[in-house]
Ligand binder design. Structure first.
Ligand SMILES: [Zn+2]
Length: 169
């Protein structure tokens, strides 16, 4: 094994993308990893690790193409600079016949939409998806609101989530 090491290290820079995207398989079989590394060093290696592949593998920003820090998850991702801004929306909820949730744009105070939820689990799910349950205090605020029959929570929405909320998607 020590004899193989220099060769693997030497080639690994070229194959980082492929290596990472199939990390799970490779981890399970070291022998195969070595085999793959050598395979990628062949002339055919030029076809691998294209910009498109790197973008789809979440290795580079899908806008500016700069490298993203690991861990890399498959799918298009933005770097911190290109990330679309999150929209902060306030969801005020109140128990009536069902749970009435009124969404306000936190910047303009404009009422965006009113929805009804039959059960409070949906409220918790909403808060979770809006990134509002990141700590214990936030969870307790939502839980207290639910047990009091009235409360509110700030949601951080991606442009897609926001457009869905206001019915643009
Ligand atoms: Zn970028």
């Amino acid at each position: 094994m020590p004899l193989c090491l220099p060769a693997v290290t030497f080639a690994s820079a070229d194959v980082e993308v492929n290596d990472k995207s199939s990390e799970r398989e490779l981890k399970s079989d070291k022998k195969e990893k070595i085999h793959c590394v050598f395979a990628y060093s062949s002339p055919m290696g030029g076809e691998r690790g294209t910009t498109t592949e790197k973008r789809l593998a979440g290795e580079i920003c899908c806008a500016c193409k700069n490298f993203l820090p690991p861990p890399h998850t498959r799918g298009e991702r933005y770097c911190e600079k290109c990330k679309p801004p999150v929209k902060v929306v306030y969801a005020a909820f109140e128990r009536k016949k069902a749970w009435e949730v009124v969404f306000y744009d936190s910047a303009t105070q404009q009422c965006l939409r009113t929805v009804m939820f039959q059960d409070e689990e949906k409220l918790v799910e909403l808060a979770k998806r809006g990134g509002a349950l990141t700590n214990l205090e936030a969870k307790q605020t939502v839980e207290n609101g639910i047990s009091n029959g009235k409360g509110g929570v700030f949601l951080k929405l991606s442009p897609d989530q926001y457009n869905k909320l206001i019915g643009k998607i």
